[in-house]
Design a binder for this molecule. Structure first.
Ligand SMILES: CC(=O)N[C@H]1[C@@H](OP(=O)(O)OP(=O)(O)OC[C@H]2O[C@@H](n3ccc(=O)[nH]c3=O)[C@H](O)[C@@H]2O)O[C@H](CO)[C@@H](O)[C@@H]1O[C@H](C)C(=O)N[C@@H](C)C(=O)N[C@H](CCC(=O)O)C(=O)O
Ligand SMILES: Nc1ncnc2c1ncn2[C@@H]1O[C@H](COP(=O)(O)OP(=O)(O)OP(=O)(O)O)[C@@H](O)[C@H]1O
Ligand SMILES: N[C@H](CCC[C@H](N)C(=O)O)C(=O)O
Ligand SMILES: [Mg+2]
Length: 487
């Protein structure tokens, strides 16, 4: 059992009622999990206010409450600690509780609208191949070297993060690559972590429901860089219009990478084919299986980060050429009738445009591109017409369907996508609410050499409707359907 006062180290405390010189069992921010002698941190959330559940937490045996406001009635024998910011307090306490594990390894944070999973997962693969013990905290999974753990968030809550970082310490992990989402930063999930370096991929339209304005979204991402120490490195994409902005007033050692401008790390695309692309990085050529100009950026960011972390340049290039695509990122197969089916996690306008442009530049004849796409429920609604427009404009045929409608009406989401379709493209679109049916229709419509893109869900293996998740795997379904149709 730990002492409360020890884990409060570094927390901005406004007032205390009771003693902090007490032992406690576990740390919680959800009253529903609280047990005897636990600490409960009350957080004001987006749906409800944790302060409402203080009494319940105490009934369940909690002896310490961390809150922004004391309840009207205080219970004897319970310690109340008033803090300026409960989310920040939770993050710092979680780091202290797990003995600040981020300080015992090299933690690299990756932020940006698109490319975080790709960059972190490939850095994980690359450092594994280089012979290190490595950690990964990503949308798809958490890896403690070889051991895999499931996750429901891109950036998990501070307890989950620090718990796994401590496991990494115990396993002897030297490097950990972690996605830092804008929700994660806004909710201070990554506060109290010591980052050895941070990477910015790009910034485009997403999450404007949560952050309200693009400037607020951008400034949230920037906080990762604002928090870096002078010893850390900050690596940014110079070709992105917000790349340099991320480095303003940043104390870390600053580096840039670019394809179009004069960055510290530069690359050029020499050849682009369906099965890979040839890049020139600094003065060396590199063949990679990952295609599309967006992946050239990802590869260059990885190269630069690996160099900044001390790997030898030629070794990095050799290992980069061996890397496989990340699950659900331009994952494809070619059927009997040479129909190419691609599953990609493009769920933002920019990602969808990039993937479709990449497909279109690789077309060799007049094969059709049939896109199946939806937009998530309870997420940024303003993306919907834009994605509707992009899918219909850049495909021969677009089938609008459902992608995790959550609590919303799937039909209404689809109608919002349809609203973005220009009159000249209306003939190209079909709307089919049931995603399985939509994929089946795409397979039925496809002829020899055509290309099917199933976008938005990538590696996800579920469809979430009204709080229920049912098994759903785009890749498996499109493959089985083409096989069943004997195509
Ligand atoms: C909008 C959002 O991000 N919400 C996150 C937030 O929940 P919240 O603010 O809604 O919490 P709330 O329900 O209002 O509850 C407030 C507090 O009361 C507590 N509570 C509540 C009920 C009760 O009975 N007792 C109790 O103590 C809750 O535990 C919480 O501490 O804090 C929770 C705990 O950390 C998160 O699980 C939850 O993520 C939700 C499920 C979510 O879907 N988040 C997505 C949008 C997200 O975070 N995505 C990003 C990736 C985005 C990207 O693509 O970049 C991610 O990093 O995963
Ligand atoms: N560097 C990039 N620039 C633009 N688009 C990209 C880039 N890398 C990947 N994409 C596109 O974005 C999709 C999502 O990529 P990835 O999963 O790596 O992003 P992410 O930032 O982790 O997303 P999330 O915010 O959901 O965690 C890919 O399937 C691809 O279509
Ligand atoms: N990290 C993203 C994932 C979106 C994936 C898409 N399939 C959806 O459900 O909207 C988010 O939370 O907005
Ligand atoms: Mg991700």
């Amino acid at each position: 059992m730990k002492l409360l006062k020890d884990i409060l180290f570094g927390v901005r405390i406004a007032a205390v009622s009771g003693t902090t010189n007490i032992r406690f069992n576990a740390l919680h921010f959800d009253s529903r999990g609280v047990g005897l002698d636990d600490v409960f941190v009350a957080i004001r959330g987006t749906v409800t206010d944790g302060h409402k559940y203080i009494a319940r937490a105490i009934e369940q045996g909690c002896k310490t409450v961390i809150c922004e406001e004391f309840p009207e009635q205080l219970v004897n024998e319970v310690t109340y600690v008033q803090v300026d910011d409960s989310q920040a307090a939770l993050a710092i306490m979680a780091a202290n509780y797990y003995e600040n594990p981020s300080r015992n390894l090299k933690l690299i944070g990756v932020t940006g609208t698109n490319g975080k999973t790709t960059v972190t997962s490939l850095l994980y693969q690359l450092f594994k191949k280089a012979g290190f013990k490595v950690g990964l905290i990503s949308t798809i999974k958490i890896m403690v070297d070889e051991q895999e753990y499931p996750t429901r968030h891109t950036t998990p809550d501070p307890l989950v993060i620090n718990k796994h970082l401590q496991m990494m310490n115990e396993t002897g992990v030297e490097f950990c690559f972690m996605e830092v989402s804008s929700h994660g930063i806004a909710q201070k999930r990554s506060l109290g972590l010591y980052f050895e370096g941070a990477i910015f991929t790009n910034l485009s339209h997403d999450h404007l429901d949560y952050h309200r304005t693009f400037a607020e979204y951008r400034d949230t991402k920037k906080k990762l860089f604002d928090g870096l120490s002078a010893k850390a490195f900050a690596l940014t994409n110079l070709d992105d219009k917000n790349g340099l902005y991320m480095l303003q007033n940043c104390k870390a050692r600053k580096y840039t990478y670019a394809l179009k401008s004069f960055g510290d790390y530069r690359a050029q695309i020499l050849e682009n084919q369906f099965n890979g692309q040839l890049l020139k990085i600094e003065d060396n050529e590199l063949w990679t299986k990952l295609i599309g100009h967006f992946n050239a950026y990802n590869i260059l960011a990885i190269y630069a980060a690996a160099d900044l972390l001390g790997l030898e340049k030629l070794e990095i290039l050799r290992l980069l050429s061996e890397l496989e695509n990340v699950d659900g990122r331009f994952q494809y197969f070619i059927s009997k009738q040479r129909i190419t089916a691609i599953v990609d996690y493009a769920h933002t306008p920019d990602a969808l445009k990039n993937v479709l442009n990449t497909i279109n530049t690789l077309r060799t004849g007049n094969e059709n591109v049939i896109t199946v796409v939806g937009c998530g429920g309870d997420r940024d609604k303003s993306k919907r017409p834009v994605m509707g427009h992009i899918a219909s404009e850049l495909s021969s045929k677009a089938i609008f369907t459902s992608d995790n409608p959550r609590s919303e009406s799937p039909i209404v989401i689809i109608e919002e996508m349809e609203a973005g379709v220009e009159p000249q493209n209306t003939k190209k679109i079909l709307s089919i609410e049931n995603r399985r049916q939509a994929i089946k229709t795409a397979c039925q419509l496809a002829n020899e050499n055509d290309i099917i893109l199933v976008a938005g869900k990538g590696h996800e293996t579920y469809q979430e409707t009204n709080g229920k998740r049912e098994d759903f795997d785009d890749f498996k379904i499109v493959r089985e359907t083409l096989e069943a149709l004997n195509k």
